[in-house]
Write a protein that binds this ligand. Structure first.
Ligand code: ARG
Length: 478
Protein backbone atom coordinates (compact mmCIF):
# COMPACT_ATOMS: atom_id res chain seq x y z
CA UNK A 1 0.00 0.00 0.00
CA UNK A 2 1.54 3.35 -1.01
CA UNK A 3 2.26 5.70 1.91
CA UNK A 4 -0.25 8.45 2.53
CA UNK A 5 1.06 12.00 2.38
CA UNK A 6 0.90 12.12 6.20
CA UNK A 7 3.22 9.13 6.33
CA UNK A 8 5.57 10.37 3.65
CA UNK A 9 5.89 13.78 5.19
CA UNK A 10 6.62 13.57 8.89
CA UNK A 11 4.78 16.83 9.47
CA UNK A 12 1.73 15.76 7.40
CA UNK A 13 -0.89 16.12 10.13
CA UNK A 14 -0.42 19.84 10.61
CA UNK A 15 -0.67 20.65 6.88
CA UNK A 16 -3.69 20.68 4.62
CA UNK A 17 -1.94 21.53 1.34
CA UNK A 18 0.69 19.50 -0.49
CA UNK A 19 4.15 21.00 -0.91
CA UNK A 20 4.65 22.98 -4.11
CA UNK A 21 6.72 20.76 -6.43
CA UNK A 22 9.19 23.61 -6.90
CA UNK A 23 9.69 23.80 -3.15
CA UNK A 24 10.08 20.06 -3.02
CA UNK A 25 12.80 20.16 -5.68
CA UNK A 26 14.42 23.23 -4.13
CA UNK A 27 14.70 21.82 -0.64
CA UNK A 28 15.46 18.18 -1.43
CA UNK A 29 18.85 16.89 -0.35
CA UNK A 30 18.49 13.28 -1.48
CA UNK A 31 20.58 14.06 -4.56
CA UNK A 32 23.64 14.31 -2.33
CA UNK A 33 22.85 13.10 1.21
CA UNK A 34 22.45 9.58 -0.13
CA UNK A 35 26.19 9.41 0.61
CA UNK A 36 25.13 9.17 4.27
CA UNK A 37 22.94 6.07 3.74
CA UNK A 38 25.38 3.61 5.26
CA UNK A 39 25.79 5.77 8.37
CA UNK A 40 22.10 6.58 8.66
CA UNK A 41 21.27 2.87 8.74
CA UNK A 42 23.79 2.19 11.49
CA UNK A 43 22.42 5.06 13.52
CA UNK A 44 18.89 3.76 13.07
CA UNK A 45 19.80 0.22 14.10
CA UNK A 46 21.54 1.50 17.25
CA UNK A 47 18.55 3.70 18.04
CA UNK A 48 16.02 0.90 17.42
CA UNK A 49 17.95 -1.48 19.68
CA UNK A 50 17.95 1.12 22.43
CA UNK A 51 14.18 1.63 21.99
CA UNK A 52 13.70 -2.13 22.32
CA UNK A 53 15.94 -2.40 25.38
CA UNK A 54 14.21 0.49 27.12
CA UNK A 55 10.76 -1.04 26.55
CA UNK A 56 9.49 1.86 24.44
CA UNK A 57 9.08 -0.50 21.50
CA UNK A 58 8.29 -4.21 21.85
CA UNK A 59 10.92 -6.86 21.18
CA UNK A 60 9.02 -8.12 18.11
CA UNK A 61 8.64 -4.68 16.65
CA UNK A 62 12.30 -3.94 17.26
CA UNK A 63 13.33 -7.18 15.57
CA UNK A 64 11.21 -6.36 12.52
CA UNK A 65 12.63 -2.83 12.34
CA UNK A 66 16.23 -4.03 12.58
CA UNK A 67 15.68 -6.80 10.02
CA UNK A 68 14.06 -4.31 7.64
CA UNK A 69 16.95 -1.89 8.05
CA UNK A 70 19.44 -4.65 7.32
CA UNK A 71 17.57 -5.55 4.14
CA UNK A 72 17.69 -1.91 3.13
CA UNK A 73 21.43 -1.95 3.83
CA UNK A 74 21.78 -4.73 1.26
CA UNK A 75 19.80 -2.69 -1.27
CA UNK A 76 21.95 0.37 -0.68
CA UNK A 77 25.19 -1.57 -1.12
CA UNK A 78 24.00 -3.39 -4.24
CA UNK A 79 22.59 -0.23 -5.80
CA UNK A 80 19.03 -1.60 -5.82
CA UNK A 81 17.63 0.95 -3.36
CA UNK A 82 14.87 2.99 -5.04
CA UNK A 83 15.81 6.58 -4.14
CA UNK A 84 12.76 8.81 -4.44
CA UNK A 85 13.43 12.52 -4.94
CA UNK A 86 9.92 13.32 -3.66
CA UNK A 87 11.00 12.03 -0.26
CA UNK A 88 13.32 14.95 0.38
CA UNK A 89 16.26 13.39 2.15
CA UNK A 90 18.01 10.14 2.96
CA UNK A 91 16.35 9.83 6.37
CA UNK A 92 12.85 9.92 4.91
CA UNK A 93 13.80 7.71 1.98
CA UNK A 94 14.98 5.02 4.37
CA UNK A 95 12.01 5.33 6.68
CA UNK A 96 9.54 5.17 3.77
CA UNK A 97 11.30 2.10 2.41
CA UNK A 98 11.14 0.51 5.85
CA UNK A 99 7.39 1.13 5.87
CA UNK A 100 7.09 -0.59 2.49
CA UNK A 101 8.86 -3.58 3.99
CA UNK A 102 7.38 -3.90 7.47
CA UNK A 103 4.30 -1.69 7.46
CA UNK A 104 3.22 0.54 10.33
CA UNK A 105 5.84 -0.79 12.76
CA UNK A 106 8.24 1.47 10.85
CA UNK A 107 6.55 4.40 12.58
CA UNK A 108 8.15 3.38 15.90
CA UNK A 109 11.67 4.03 14.66
CA UNK A 110 11.46 7.78 14.98
CA UNK A 111 10.46 7.54 18.67
CA UNK A 112 12.52 9.94 20.79
CA UNK A 113 14.66 11.29 17.98
CA UNK A 114 14.61 13.97 15.33
CA UNK A 115 16.28 14.25 11.96
CA UNK A 116 18.36 16.95 13.61
CA UNK A 117 20.21 14.64 16.00
CA UNK A 118 20.07 11.90 13.39
CA UNK A 119 21.84 13.87 10.66
CA UNK A 120 24.41 15.21 13.13
CA UNK A 121 25.22 11.63 14.18
CA UNK A 122 25.38 10.46 10.56
CA UNK A 123 27.83 13.26 9.82
CA UNK A 124 30.07 12.41 12.76
CA UNK A 125 30.32 8.83 11.47
CA UNK A 126 30.91 10.07 7.94
CA UNK A 127 33.69 12.38 9.15
CA UNK A 128 35.35 9.58 11.07
CA UNK A 129 35.62 7.56 7.84
CA UNK A 130 36.56 10.57 5.74
CA UNK A 131 39.41 11.43 8.14
CA UNK A 132 40.59 7.82 7.96
CA UNK A 133 40.50 7.91 4.16
CA UNK A 134 42.43 11.19 4.07
CA UNK A 135 45.10 9.73 6.37
CA UNK A 136 45.32 6.63 4.19
CA UNK A 137 45.82 8.74 1.06
CA UNK A 138 48.40 10.87 2.85
CA UNK A 139 50.27 7.80 4.04
CA UNK A 140 50.51 6.51 0.47
CA UNK A 141 51.82 9.84 -0.80
CA UNK A 142 54.37 10.02 2.02
CA UNK A 143 55.53 6.51 1.15
CA UNK A 144 56.22 7.62 -2.40
CA UNK A 145 58.08 10.74 -1.23
CA UNK A 146 60.13 8.59 1.14
CA UNK A 147 60.92 6.12 -1.60
CA UNK A 148 61.91 8.76 -4.16
CA UNK A 149 63.92 10.69 -1.56
CA UNK A 150 65.85 7.51 -0.77
CA UNK A 151 66.76 7.18 -4.46
CA UNK A 152 68.06 10.76 -4.57
CA UNK A 153 70.24 11.20 -1.53
CA UNK A 154 73.14 12.28 -3.74
CA UNK A 155 71.18 14.17 -6.36
CA UNK A 156 72.04 17.83 -5.86
CA UNK A 157 70.01 20.79 -7.01
CA UNK A 158 69.77 24.42 -6.04
CA UNK A 159 67.48 25.16 -3.14
CA UNK A 160 65.48 28.29 -3.93
CA UNK A 161 64.21 31.31 -2.08
CA UNK A 162 62.14 33.84 -4.04
CA UNK A 163 62.53 31.31 -6.88
CA UNK A 164 66.16 32.50 -7.12
CA UNK A 165 68.93 29.97 -6.69
CA UNK A 166 69.96 30.18 -3.04
CA UNK A 167 72.05 27.30 -1.72
CA UNK A 168 72.60 23.75 -2.95
CA UNK A 169 70.56 20.96 -1.38
CA UNK A 170 69.93 17.27 -1.90
CA UNK A 171 66.78 16.29 -3.79
CA UNK A 172 66.05 13.92 -0.91
CA UNK A 173 66.05 16.88 1.49
CA UNK A 174 63.75 18.84 -0.81
CA UNK A 175 61.15 16.08 -1.11
CA UNK A 176 61.34 15.21 2.58
CA UNK A 177 60.30 18.81 3.25
CA UNK A 178 56.97 17.98 1.60
CA UNK A 179 56.81 14.72 3.51
CA UNK A 180 56.87 16.75 6.74
CA UNK A 181 53.98 18.92 5.55
CA UNK A 182 51.94 15.85 4.68
CA UNK A 183 52.82 14.27 8.01
CA UNK A 184 51.35 17.29 9.81
CA UNK A 185 48.30 17.16 7.56
CA UNK A 186 47.76 13.56 8.66
CA UNK A 187 48.06 14.66 12.29
CA UNK A 188 45.36 17.25 11.73
CA UNK A 189 42.97 14.57 10.48
CA UNK A 190 43.91 12.34 13.40
CA UNK A 191 43.33 15.13 15.93
CA UNK A 192 39.90 15.74 14.48
CA UNK A 193 38.83 12.25 15.48
CA UNK A 194 39.25 13.27 19.15
CA UNK A 195 36.51 15.82 18.68
CA UNK A 196 34.29 13.24 17.03
CA UNK A 197 34.11 11.16 20.20
CA UNK A 198 30.62 12.30 21.31
CA UNK A 199 27.35 11.10 19.92
CA UNK A 200 24.63 13.67 19.12
CA UNK A 201 21.98 10.89 19.01
CA UNK A 202 19.24 11.41 21.60
CA UNK A 203 19.55 15.19 21.58
CA UNK A 204 16.22 15.21 19.74
CA UNK A 205 15.25 18.31 17.80
CA UNK A 206 17.25 20.42 20.28
CA UNK A 207 16.06 19.66 23.81
CA UNK A 208 15.94 15.89 24.15
CA UNK A 209 12.68 14.11 24.79
CA UNK A 210 10.23 13.40 27.61
CA UNK A 211 10.42 9.71 26.73
CA UNK A 212 12.70 7.48 28.80
CA UNK A 213 15.34 6.95 26.10
CA UNK A 214 18.90 6.15 26.95
CA UNK A 215 21.88 7.74 25.18
CA UNK A 216 24.91 5.81 26.46
CA UNK A 217 24.44 2.44 24.79
CA UNK A 218 23.71 3.67 21.24
CA UNK A 219 26.68 6.02 21.57
CA UNK A 220 28.96 3.13 22.49
CA UNK A 221 27.39 0.87 19.89
CA UNK A 222 28.32 3.43 17.23
CA UNK A 223 31.89 3.69 18.50
CA UNK A 224 31.59 6.98 20.39
CA UNK A 225 33.00 7.40 23.89
CA UNK A 226 29.85 9.06 25.26
CA UNK A 227 26.82 11.17 24.33
CA UNK A 228 27.36 14.89 23.70
CA UNK A 229 27.10 16.99 26.84
CA UNK A 230 24.64 19.57 25.51
CA UNK A 231 21.63 18.75 23.33
CA UNK A 232 21.55 22.16 21.66
CA UNK A 233 25.23 22.06 20.76
CA UNK A 234 24.66 18.52 19.44
CA UNK A 235 22.22 19.63 16.73
CA UNK A 236 23.56 23.14 16.06
CA UNK A 237 27.28 22.60 15.56
CA UNK A 238 29.26 21.76 12.47
CA UNK A 239 32.74 22.69 13.68
CA UNK A 240 34.04 19.18 13.13
CA UNK A 241 33.00 19.43 9.48
CA UNK A 242 34.73 22.81 9.34
CA UNK A 243 37.81 21.28 10.90
CA UNK A 244 37.86 18.50 8.32
CA UNK A 245 37.46 21.01 5.51
CA UNK A 246 40.14 23.24 6.91
CA UNK A 247 42.58 20.33 7.26
CA UNK A 248 41.66 19.40 3.68
CA UNK A 249 42.24 22.96 2.49
CA UNK A 250 45.66 23.15 4.16
CA UNK A 251 46.61 19.79 2.68
CA UNK A 252 45.46 20.92 -0.77
CA UNK A 253 47.68 23.98 -0.45
CA UNK A 254 50.63 21.68 0.20
CA UNK A 255 49.65 19.55 -2.78
CA UNK A 256 49.31 22.67 -4.89
CA UNK A 257 52.82 23.85 -4.01
CA UNK A 258 54.25 20.46 -4.87
CA UNK A 259 52.21 20.46 -8.08
CA UNK A 260 53.51 23.91 -8.98
CA UNK A 261 57.07 22.64 -8.69
CA UNK A 262 56.31 19.68 -10.93
CA UNK A 263 54.92 22.10 -13.50
CA UNK A 264 57.98 24.34 -13.28
CA UNK A 265 60.48 21.53 -13.12
CA UNK A 266 59.04 19.76 -16.17
CA UNK A 267 59.37 22.92 -18.30
CA UNK A 268 62.28 23.20 -20.75
CA UNK A 269 63.48 26.20 -18.74
CA UNK A 270 64.16 23.97 -15.73
CA UNK A 271 64.32 20.51 -17.30
CA UNK A 272 64.68 18.92 -13.85
CA UNK A 273 62.07 16.20 -14.33
CA UNK A 274 60.00 14.50 -16.95
CA UNK A 275 56.52 13.26 -16.07
CA UNK A 276 55.72 9.72 -17.13
CA UNK A 277 53.56 9.47 -20.25
CA UNK A 278 50.85 7.93 -18.10
CA UNK A 279 50.69 11.13 -16.04
CA UNK A 280 50.97 13.71 -18.81
CA UNK A 281 48.90 14.70 -21.80
CA UNK A 282 49.63 15.89 -25.31
CA UNK A 283 48.39 18.92 -27.17
CA UNK A 284 45.70 18.45 -29.82
CA UNK A 285 47.47 21.12 -31.88
CA UNK A 286 51.19 21.08 -31.14
CA UNK A 287 52.74 17.64 -31.68
CA UNK A 288 55.88 18.40 -29.65
CA UNK A 289 54.06 19.10 -26.40
CA UNK A 290 53.90 17.03 -23.24
CA UNK A 291 51.75 18.89 -20.79
CA UNK A 292 51.67 18.57 -16.99
CA UNK A 293 47.85 18.59 -16.79
CA UNK A 294 47.74 16.39 -13.70
CA UNK A 295 49.71 18.73 -11.43
CA UNK A 296 47.97 21.71 -13.02
CA UNK A 297 44.58 20.29 -12.10
CA UNK A 298 45.74 19.51 -8.57
CA UNK A 299 46.92 23.11 -8.28
CA UNK A 300 43.55 24.37 -9.50
CA UNK A 301 41.46 22.04 -7.39
CA UNK A 302 43.06 23.48 -4.26
CA UNK A 303 40.92 26.52 -5.06
CA UNK A 304 37.68 24.64 -4.81
CA UNK A 305 38.63 22.97 -1.54
CA UNK A 306 39.50 26.37 -0.05
CA UNK A 307 36.22 27.65 -1.49
CA UNK A 308 34.28 24.80 0.13
CA UNK A 309 35.68 25.80 3.52
CA UNK A 310 34.70 29.41 2.98
CA UNK A 311 31.23 28.27 1.90
CA UNK A 312 30.53 26.42 5.12
CA UNK A 313 32.12 29.08 7.31
CA UNK A 314 29.76 31.55 5.68
CA UNK A 315 26.76 29.25 6.14
CA UNK A 316 27.53 28.96 9.85
CA UNK A 317 28.25 32.60 10.52
CA UNK A 318 25.42 34.26 12.45
CA UNK A 319 23.18 31.17 12.59
CA UNK A 320 21.10 31.41 15.76
CA UNK A 321 20.90 28.28 17.90
CA UNK A 322 20.03 25.59 17.38
CA UNK A 323 19.23 23.64 14.17
CA UNK A 324 18.43 25.68 11.07
CA UNK A 325 17.78 24.28 7.64
CA UNK A 326 20.83 26.22 6.48
CA UNK A 327 22.80 23.33 7.96
CA UNK A 328 21.72 21.12 5.09
CA UNK A 329 24.13 23.18 2.98
CA UNK A 330 27.05 21.62 4.88
CA UNK A 331 26.98 18.46 2.81
CA UNK A 332 27.87 19.29 -0.76
CA UNK A 333 31.01 21.29 0.09
CA UNK A 334 32.05 18.71 2.67
CA UNK A 335 31.58 15.74 0.35
CA UNK A 336 33.30 17.61 -2.47
CA UNK A 337 36.31 18.45 -0.30
CA UNK A 338 36.66 14.83 0.79
CA UNK A 339 36.37 13.49 -2.76
CA UNK A 340 38.65 16.12 -4.29
CA UNK A 341 41.33 15.64 -1.66
CA UNK A 342 41.23 11.86 -2.08
CA UNK A 343 41.59 12.10 -5.85
CA UNK A 344 44.42 14.64 -5.67
CA UNK A 345 46.39 12.60 -3.13
CA UNK A 346 46.08 9.59 -5.36
CA UNK A 347 47.21 11.19 -8.62
CA UNK A 348 50.04 13.10 -7.00
CA UNK A 349 51.37 9.88 -5.48
CA UNK A 350 51.21 8.32 -8.94
CA UNK A 351 52.85 11.27 -10.68
CA UNK A 352 55.71 11.36 -8.17
CA UNK A 353 56.22 7.61 -8.24
CA UNK A 354 56.60 7.57 -12.02
CA UNK A 355 58.39 10.80 -12.92
CA UNK A 356 61.94 10.68 -14.24
CA UNK A 357 64.55 12.83 -12.51
CA UNK A 358 67.12 14.57 -14.70
CA UNK A 359 69.95 14.51 -12.17
CA UNK A 360 72.52 15.94 -14.60
CA UNK A 361 70.42 18.99 -15.28
CA UNK A 362 69.86 19.50 -11.54
CA UNK A 363 73.61 19.12 -10.94
CA UNK A 364 74.40 21.72 -13.62
CA UNK A 365 72.06 24.18 -11.93
CA UNK A 366 73.54 23.36 -8.51
CA UNK A 367 77.02 23.98 -9.85
CA UNK A 368 76.35 27.73 -10.04
CA UNK A 369 79.39 29.11 -8.15
CA UNK A 370 77.38 31.95 -6.70
CA UNK A 371 75.47 29.40 -4.60
CA UNK A 372 78.68 29.24 -2.55
CA UNK A 373 78.81 32.96 -1.76
CA UNK A 374 77.40 32.41 1.73
CA UNK A 375 80.19 29.91 2.40
CA UNK A 376 82.78 32.50 1.42
CA UNK A 377 81.26 34.95 3.90
CA UNK A 378 81.28 32.23 6.55
CA UNK A 379 85.01 31.68 5.87
CA UNK A 380 85.56 35.29 6.94
CA UNK A 381 83.38 34.78 10.01
CA UNK A 382 85.72 31.94 10.98
CA UNK A 383 88.48 34.60 10.81
CA UNK A 384 86.47 36.56 13.43
CA UNK A 385 84.81 39.10 11.13
CA UNK A 386 81.30 40.16 12.14
CA UNK A 387 78.86 38.43 9.76
CA UNK A 388 77.38 41.70 8.52
CA UNK A 389 80.82 42.90 7.46
CA UNK A 390 81.67 39.55 5.84
CA UNK A 391 78.39 39.71 3.91
CA UNK A 392 79.25 43.18 2.65
CA UNK A 393 82.75 42.11 1.57
CA UNK A 394 81.49 39.03 -0.30
CA UNK A 395 78.77 41.14 -1.89
CA UNK A 396 81.54 43.17 -3.50
CA UNK A 397 83.37 39.99 -4.55
CA UNK A 398 80.16 38.71 -6.20
CA UNK A 399 79.63 42.03 -8.00
CA UNK A 400 83.22 41.80 -9.27
CA UNK A 401 82.63 38.24 -10.58
CA UNK A 402 79.38 39.25 -12.29
CA UNK A 403 81.05 42.25 -13.95
CA UNK A 404 84.20 40.44 -15.02
CA UNK A 405 82.57 37.09 -15.85
CA UNK A 406 84.88 35.28 -13.42
CA UNK A 407 83.92 32.12 -11.58
CA UNK A 408 83.94 32.80 -7.84
CA UNK A 409 85.85 29.56 -7.25
CA UNK A 410 88.78 30.68 -9.45
CA UNK A 411 89.76 33.71 -7.38
CA UNK A 412 93.23 33.48 -5.85
CA UNK A 413 93.96 34.45 -2.29
CA UNK A 414 95.76 37.57 -3.52
CA UNK A 415 92.71 38.66 -5.49
CA UNK A 416 90.42 38.00 -2.53
CA UNK A 417 92.71 39.97 -0.25
CA UNK A 418 92.03 43.06 -2.37
CA UNK A 419 88.54 42.85 -0.88
CA UNK A 420 89.63 41.93 2.65
CA UNK A 421 93.01 41.00 4.14
CA UNK A 422 91.48 38.26 6.29
CA UNK A 423 91.08 35.89 3.30
CA UNK A 424 93.73 33.26 4.04
CA UNK A 425 93.27 30.82 1.16
CA UNK A 426 92.36 30.60 -2.51
CA UNK A 427 88.60 30.46 -3.12
CA UNK A 428 88.99 26.95 -4.54
CA UNK A 429 90.23 25.77 -1.12
CA UNK A 430 87.40 27.51 0.69
CA UNK A 431 84.55 26.47 -1.56
CA UNK A 432 83.23 23.13 -2.72
CA UNK A 433 79.79 21.73 -3.31
CA UNK A 434 80.50 18.70 -1.12
CA UNK A 435 81.74 20.85 1.73
CA UNK A 436 78.90 23.30 1.55
CA UNK A 437 76.42 20.47 1.98
CA UNK A 438 78.17 18.32 4.52
CA UNK A 439 79.18 21.21 6.72
CA UNK A 440 75.47 21.97 7.13
CA UNK A 441 75.15 19.21 9.65
CA UNK A 442 72.83 20.80 12.18
CA UNK A 443 69.68 18.88 13.05
CA UNK A 444 67.30 19.24 10.12
CA UNK A 445 70.10 20.25 7.73
CA UNK A 446 71.02 18.90 4.27
CA UNK A 447 74.28 17.11 5.24
CA UNK A 448 74.23 13.54 3.97
CA UNK A 449 74.30 12.06 7.47
CA UNK A 450 71.37 14.22 8.55
CA UNK A 451 69.29 13.30 5.53
CA UNK A 452 70.01 9.63 6.13
CA UNK A 453 68.78 10.06 9.69
CA UNK A 454 65.71 11.84 8.41
CA UNK A 455 64.96 8.92 6.11
CA UNK A 456 65.24 6.51 9.03
CA UNK A 457 62.90 8.65 11.12
CA UNK A 458 60.38 8.88 8.28
CA UNK A 459 60.45 5.12 7.76
CA UNK A 460 59.54 4.64 11.43
CA UNK A 461 56.82 7.30 11.30
CA UNK A 462 55.24 5.67 8.25
CA UNK A 463 55.15 2.31 10.02
CA UNK A 464 53.52 3.89 13.09
CA UNK A 465 50.87 5.58 11.00
CA UNK A 466 50.10 2.37 9.09
CA UNK A 467 49.64 0.59 12.39
CA UNK A 468 47.39 3.31 13.81
CA UNK A 469 45.22 3.23 10.69
CA UNK A 470 44.86 -0.53 10.83
CA UNK A 471 43.64 -0.22 14.43
CA UNK A 472 40.98 2.36 13.55
CA UNK A 473 38.67 0.48 11.21
CA UNK A 474 36.14 2.28 9.04
CA UNK A 475 32.42 1.49 8.90
CA UNK A 476 31.51 -1.79 7.25
CA UNK A 477 28.35 -1.99 5.20
CA UNK A 478 25.38 -2.93 7.37
N1 ARG B 1 18.21 17.12 5.31
C1 ARG B 1 18.31 17.77 6.57
C2 ARG B 1 19.74 18.29 6.79
O1 ARG B 1 20.59 17.85 6.13
C3 ARG B 1 17.97 16.80 7.67
C4 ARG B 1 17.47 17.46 8.88
C5 ARG B 1 16.16 18.07 8.62
N2 ARG B 1 15.63 18.69 9.78
C6 ARG B 1 14.66 19.60 9.71
N3 ARG B 1 14.27 20.12 10.82
N4 ARG B 1 14.13 19.94 8.58
O2 ARG B 1 19.98 19.13 7.61
Amino acid sequence: MPPTDAQRKPWGGRFSEATDPRVEAFSASIGFDRALARYDLRVSVAHAQMLGASGLVSEDETARIVAGLREIGGEIESGAFPFDPALEDIHMNIEARLREKIGDDAGHLHTGRSRNDQVATDLALYLRDAAHAARTGLLELRRVLFQRAGEHLDTLLPGYTHLQRAQPVRLAHHWLAFEQMFMRDGERFRDLTKRLAHSPLGAGALAGTTLPIERESPARELGFAAPTANSMDAVASRDTALEFMSAAAICMIHLSRLAEELVLWSSSEFGFIELADAYATGSSLMPQKKNPDVPELVRAKSGRVVGNLVTLLTVMKALPLSYNRDLQEDKEPLFDSAATLGACLEVMAGALATLRVNAEQMARAADDPLLLATDLAEALVRRALPFREAHEVVGRVVAHCLESGRDLRELRQSELQAFHPAFDKDASQLLSLEHTLDARAQPGGPARARVEEALTAVRAALAREAEALAKAPTAEPL
